[in-house]
Ligand binder design. Structure first.
Ligand code: FUC
Length: 748
């Protein structure tokens, strides 16, 4: 194992933010690594409170023209007051995610001294290990969640025969949040419950003990293992979201897994996981890493004290990839604000899908970091949003197509969330999500996928064909909307959030129309619709440069109430969009720089995800050195001991955004060229990366030394023409699918 591909610690987790995450997309655990009373906090991705509802506000459509008029007349307060009653969800909140429960393992250890304690998360194999000695007996636990077998596996071994005795039980909020915990036969337990609310979800969680020698029995609702040589616990969970009889499904998964030996389960798991994980390697010069022997929390502390640690950055990068593999797999739900890991019955922001940046950020590494198939849960969710969003579009706005606002939940709810004016009334969530369909196509060039997705892209665009309003200058604008989640100040000092034509909206619609136009060309369909989009696209407001030399956040050059706001919505076109770039729109790129600097001078970047977005933006501006400082800042200010991103509190988007940002410093392809090392920080003196993906269906291996490209090999997967850029040199060539092309540039 690359010693860098692990997180390790010399003591058990004191709290949840020190525990280590495992998961197979659907079933997750946070492993505390405690010696006497092990806790694995459990999640299953479909354990959500309540069933689907229609929350579309029945009074929206009638009042929409009046709200638009009030806004156009500058009567902000009146517009916002009326919108707060008529363009909010009824009720105002969507459903929330809940924990599945906990598995406790109470070890029967004598009280002698514990020594040689360590615990780790091995990113190479997706296993957590806990090891310690009591007296002269060594104990070891290995815990992983298998995707092929759909179970969690916990293996307890020791160096001495008959040394393993423990009691185990399942729990959920000190027995208050479930209905039954029963022994099944003499070696298993099952926990039964419902999440509550109308049509709430029914869940089951079961665990079975298989002991080598010794005995297994149940007493009350405990599972008791006595004097075993080794024990395998197999845990499964299922809910009524996917199964008519979740209990039967739970037991079936355990029975199926139990046919295998522990070694077989482990082997299945590793083979499956490594197919994804091993596609990308990154080395930022850690061969000279003097910190390799230090525990992860210690290394993080050193970074906080100002010591740079390049190999911790590559660990952070691979940890991000690990987290996506563990929280988003085909047939799972998409990663939420917390991935799948949440211990609270009412989590921060409900642990839903916030779609005015956060859920999208979760998927920024999916394509470039060669985990393309992990994008699919998001695509499947878009289909649920499409069904509900058609109703929302029609009933609230009188429009065709579909829309969603700044949040969605397990049911793909599309009505507005909260009554929080800076965020709630924003009809752009579905449009932004749909750009992920296009991005997946661009990276994979899978025409069948594009064909399957075209209707969704088209329906998302269709909404705006109807929703956009032509203003007095002949521009097509969204109204009412907001610039997530900022507040503007009028010259008379009045403050507002609800507005006409915020820049981000026009940029997202530009990107959506463009992808729809290109898709219809590739598929050779819908010429009339394409022509209509081309015409409408021309009338969208273009990014404008304002009085500070910045990109304007709104149609008018308003001042913002919080110049250091965490959202930098008006730079969507820089990243993840591609309407601005230093090579093709230098003036806009310069203004984007000014925008970022102004945000940062006023304290911007204070949440983890905001910092991560900033890294990606500086990468796109080809400012590697500045981006690098923000990577350090992400580690220093927004990273918990288990390397989880800290909003605060824990929110996983920063991990994913940070991972994507590190890749974006090494390879970019949004302008149609494969730009090699576009923003290499000086601190990454020597390094190597393999397996990053570029648009056009290319895989790229690079190595460099003192800023000079040593080797570059492009693997063509789809036989597309390849254009490569390095510094100011450019080369282009035709490719054949399945062939690899070394590229050589002159030394400058
Ligand atoms: C958006 C952000 C917050 C937080 C929340 C989940 O509303 O503005 O910072 O990330 O989503």
């Amino acid at each position: 194992m690359n010693s860098n591909d692990r997180l390790w610690y010399k003591q058990p987790a004191n709290d949840w933010n020190e525990a280590l995450p495992i998961g197979n997309g659907r079933l997750g655990g946070m492993v505390f690594g405690r010696v006497h009373k092990e806790r694995v906090q459990l999640n299953e991705d479909s354990v959500w409170y309540g069933g689907p509802r229609d929350r579309n506000n029945p009074d929206a459509l009638e009042h929409l023209p009046q709200i638009r008029k009030l806004l156009a007349d500058g009567r902000l307060k009146e517009a916002e007051d009326l919108a707060a009653l008529t363009i909010t969800g009824t009720p105002e909140t969507q459903r929330h995610y809940e924990p599945l429960g906990d598995l406790f393992i109470n070890m029967k250890h004598d009280d002698s001294d514990i020594s040689n304690y360590s615990r780790e998360l091995d990113l190479d194999h997706a296993i957590t290990r806990v090891q310690y000695s009591i007296g002269n007996i060594g104990f070891k636990r290995e815990i992983f969640t298998s995707y092929p077998d759909q179970v969690m596996v916990i293996r307890l071994t020791s160096t001495k025969a008959n040394a393993i005795s423990f009691q185990t039980l399942l729990d959920r909020g000190e027995a208050r949040n479930y209905d039954e915990l029963d022994a099944l036969s003499n070696n298993s337990l099952v926990m039964r419950g419902e999440t509550g609310g109308k049509d709430g979800i029914v869940f089951r969680c079961a665990v079975k003990a298989i002991a080598e020698n010794g005995s297994v029995k149940t007493l009350g609702n405990h599972l008791i293992v006595d004097k075993a040589d080794a024990v395998t616990l197999i845990l499964s969970a299922a809910t009524s979201y996917r199964y008519d009889d979740p209990e039967q499904q739970c037991l079936k998964m355990i029975e199926k897994a139990s046919v295998n030996t522990y070694q077989e389960l482990l082997q299945n798991h590793i083979e499956d996981y490594q197919k994804l994980f091993k596609r990308v390697t990154l080395n930022l010069g850690e061969d000279h890493n003097e910190n390799a022997d230090l525990a992860t929390n210690h290394r993080l502390d050193l970074v906080k004290e100002g010591k740079e640690d390049q190999s911790l950055i590559s660990t952070y990068f691979q940890f991000g990839r690990y987290l996506l593999i563990s929280s988003s797999r085909p047939n799972s739900l998409p990663a939420t604000l917390q991935g799948i890991w949440n211990e609270k019955m009412l989590p921060p922001w409900d642990s839903k899908f916030t779609i005015n940046i956060n859920a999208q950020m979760n998927y920024w590494p999916a394509e470039i970091c060669n985990l393309s198939e992990l994008h699919h849960p998001l695509f499947e969710h878009i289909e649920k949003i499409k069904t509900n969003g058609k109703k929302t579009a029609e009933s609230m706005y009188g429009c065709r197509g579909f829309t969603a606002h700044h949040n969605t939940d397990i049911w793909g709810d599309t009505a507005p969330q909260d009554i929080y004016m800076p965020a709630t009334i924003w009809p752009m969530g579905a449009a932004w999500l749909c750009l992920h369909l296009w991005e997946h196509f661009e990276f994979t060039r899978n025409v069948k996928f594009l064909d399957d997705s075209y209707d969704t892209l088209k329906e998302a665009a269709l909404f705006f064909v109807d929703f956009l309003i032509e203003n007095e200058e002949g521009l097509l604008i969204t109204t009412p909307s907001v610039s997530p989640e900022n507040t503007y100040i009028l010259s008379n000092g009045e403050k507002g959030t609800l507005c006409e034509g915020p820049s981000m909206d026009s940029q997202i619609i530009f990107a959506l129309f463009t992808s729809c136009i290109e898709a219809s060309e590739i598929l050779d369909v819908d010429q009339t619709f394409r022509d209509q989009l081309l015409e409408l696209r021309d009338k969208l407001p273009k990014p404008k440069i304002g009085k500070h030399g910045q990109i304007q956040e709104w149609l008018e050059d308003y001042d913002e109430e919080e110049p250091g706001h965490r959202h930098i919505s008006h730079l969507f076109a820089l990243y993840p969009g591609k309407q601005m770039s230093p090579n093709y729109t230098p003036d806009l790129a310069e203004a984007a720089k000014v925008t970022l600097e102004r945000r940062l001078q006023s304290g911007g970047g204070h949440t983890g995800w905001s910092r991560a977005w900033i890294i990606n933006m500086w990468a796109r501006l080809q400012e590697g050195e500045v981006a690098y400082q923000h990577i350090l800042e992400l580690l220093k200010s927004s990273t918990l001991p288990n390397l989880f991103d800290n909003h605060p509190p824990f929110q996983i988007d920063g991990n994913f955004g940070g991972t994507a940002g590190i890749a974006e410093l090494l390879l970019q392809s949004h302008t149609g060229e494969l730009h090699l090392l576009p923003a290499l920080p000086n601190e990454w003196t020597t390094g190597k990366v393999s397996g990053l993906k570029a648009r056009g269906g290319f895989e790229v291996d690079l190595s460099w030394d003192k800023g000079e490209l040593k080797e570059a090999v492009i693997h063509s997967l789809e036989g597309e023409k390849c254009v490569v850029l390095f510094n100011n040199q450019r080369t282009e060539f035709e490719t054949t699918a399945g062939h690899s092309y070394p590229v050589v540039f002159n030394k400058e």
